[in-house]
Design a protein around this ligand. Sequence first.
Ligand SMILES: Cc1cc2nc3c(=O)[nH]c(=O)nc-3n(C[C@H](O)[C@H](O)[C@H](O)COP(=O)(O)O)c2cc1C
Length: 222
Amino acid sequence: MELSEAMKLRKSIRGYKAVPVPKETLAQILDMASNAPSANNIQPWEFIILGGEVLDELKKILEEKYASRAQPHPDFQLGRAPTGVYRSRQVALGKSLFQLMDITREDRESRRQWVLKMIRFFDAPNAIIIATDTEVSDHLSIFAIGAISQNIALAAVNFGLGTCIENVVVLYPEVIRQIARMPESKKIVIGIAIGYPDWDFPANEVQVSHEPLASITSWHGV
Ligand SMILES: Cc1cc2nc3c(=O)[nH]c(=O)nc-3n(C[C@H](O)[C@H](O)[C@H](O)COP(=O)(O)O)c2cc1C
């Protein structure tokens, strides 16, 4: 597949077929994605690849923690809640998703179920978690992990797969460290749900509007 085609087709997928991704495919995707830039080539990433019963167990623990209102404590602090134009974009996404899923504003239980589905990696058959090390966990490393995450998302499209990069799945990082048998010095940055898209799942129809170039670009001497 042409890179431009993969870039055009990539979107966040929130409904998956219950078909596990072959291990070789996951390995190929990670191999392709590893050709990502990082400051001073430190390659500050480590992958935790999950599937089968292990992923089922993680989904269950995360869901239970969230449902019991356990205080989230991600390894990397979340920023302030967005305001202004950023809040508007966030609200527009939420509105579109809930409209597609037929969830009304007043329907608190369905909204709660949606968040629980989100924390279950949208019921994807596989997940990729990216960790880093306290030795190198500055903003440059997080930037590089963003780059490799996008590589993963694009490589996945090449194999007919969908992804959703998710921060809600790393709210309780100790659970992931325990499963991966990682020491406290490894920090959990982000999770990615991955699997074959269920195109009948309403939320996958979402059309996110990306800002027109004119509103986010200034040109100087060009
Ligand atoms: C760092 C990061 C964290 C994200 N976390 C979530 C998440 O927890 N839940 C979710 O549904 N989508 C999550 N997303 C997906 C965004 O909502 C999505 O990228 C955005 O709405 C643009 O839509 P698109 O990816 O379909 O183009 C995340 C994306 C990024 C880059």
